[in-house]
Design a protein around this ligand. Structure first.
Ligand SMILES: [Zn+2]
Length: 271
């Protein structure tokens, strides 16, 4: 199983020479299960790059595309109108997530914000509201509610002895939600987690729904995961600041890395 990061930035794409290494596209992950199976997590602006990539490959295995949405804040949905797959009538795009998927995209893709209404996209769109595990082929995907304004889902993906946890946009509640995430992430091969805030920014950002690299390390240790990917980098943090976050995390949890655009992580089964 490979996890490809098409967008690792949070909140808003904001390109500059100082942010080229980690990139500024907002959240989108591609999980390649095999030559003929893939799924996508989040529809941030990274989804646009994934669409270009799939076009170059000739849209392989795009009969049905499975896309799991963590939530509907802009940085997680803004790429969908520019995802080339949605302009193919041969494709069924199956969108999974919390209640309100159709309403969120119909409101986003409507005049005066968009020339193409959501309902007029050529691809067949199917909406699947979930609050318990779903199977896609022999992969099992479990939603786990996170502590974030308007709610957010983490997703636990299990496939042939591999377990990957995608937990973006979450602020520690130091209570039951942290406990549920730790339990769900227990023994994962890979934990991908929101590391948006610098530690010194926390007092100014209470209730905004984000974590620090320290929260990620604490969760990685608590859940005994093999590898930690720090994700959802703050749009105001340049490459130097993001690299500093990686160094600090590695001092406490050596198997830590900051996600960057184009990063591909091979996930092995744990023995
Ligand atoms: Zn976000």
């Amino acid at each position: 199983m490979d996890v490809v990061f098409w967008g690792a930035r949070g909140s808003v794409p904001c390109s500059s020479k100082q942010k080229i290494h980690y990139g500024t596209n907002t959240p989108c992950l591609e999980v390649v299960l095999s030559d003929h199976e893939r799924m996508v997590f989040d529809a941030g602006t990274g989804l646009v790059s994934l669409g270009n990539h799939l076009e170059k490959l000739g849209f392989p295995n795009c009969g049905v595309v499975h896309l799991f949405l963590s939530h509907f804040h802009w940085d997680h949905v803004q790429g969908l109108p520019f995802f080339k797959v949605v302009y193919r009538k041969e494709t069924t795009l199956r969108l999974y997530g919390q209640p309100g998927i159709e309403l969120a995209f119909s409101r986003q893709m409507t005049a005066p914000f968009s020339p193409v209404p959501f309902g007029a996209l050529p691809a067949k769109i199917e909406v699947v509201t979930i609050n318990k595990p779903v199977m896609v082929g022999d992969a099992r995907i479990t939603p786990v509610p996170l502590h974030h304004p308007q709610g957010c889902y983490a997703y636990v993906l299990e496939h042939r002895g591999r377990k990957v946890v995608y937990a973006t946009d979450t602020e520690p509640d130091h209570g039951p939600m942290d406990e549920k995430l730790a339990e769900a992430a227990g023994g994962a091969s890979l934990l991908i987690m929101d590391s948006n805030n610098a530690v010194e920014e926390v007092p100014l950002r209470k209730g905004w729904g984000h974590s620090t690299w320290k929260d990620c390390v604490a969760m990685a240790k608590r859940a005994k995961v093999s590898k930690l990917v720090l994700f959802h980098h703050d749009p105001f943090h340049d490459d130097e600041e993001v690299s500093k976050k990686q160094r600090l995390a590695q001092e406490l949890f050596p198997e830590s890395v900051c996600a960057y655009e184009g990063m591909r992580v091979k996930v092995e089964a744990r023995v």
